[in-house]
Ligand binder design. Structure first.
Ligand code: ZN
Length: 86
């Protein structure tokens, strides 16, 4: 799997499955989204990597390389504090 692939996830629980609506976290109703890389998602280890594959992207977005360029990303500092908060 491409570690640089970008994945749109719920900004509260950091799971793509929540954003896709397969499972909603407690705060999803008011949550924004954030872009994480597969590498970051592997570090977080919060859900199955099947949610980050080309196949899933095709099913969800109809495109295996969706454009998330206008979405928020975490700085290195923000990602570090997120890891520490888990
Ligand atoms: Zn969520």
């Amino acid at each position: 799997m491409d570690n640089n692939r970008e994945v749109l996830v719920c900004a509260e629980c950091h799971r793509a499955s929540c954003w896709y609506g397969e499972f909603y976290c407690d705060r999803s109703r008011f949550a924004n989204v954030v872009v994480l890389t597969v590498k970051q998602l592997k570090e977080l280890n919060l859900e199955d990597s099947a949610y980050w594959t080309k196949k899933t992207f095709l099913e969800i977005y109809g495109n295996d390389m969706p454009d998330f360029k206008d979405e928020k990303r975490l700085s290195e500092e923000e990602f570090k504090s997120l890891i520490q908060s888990l």
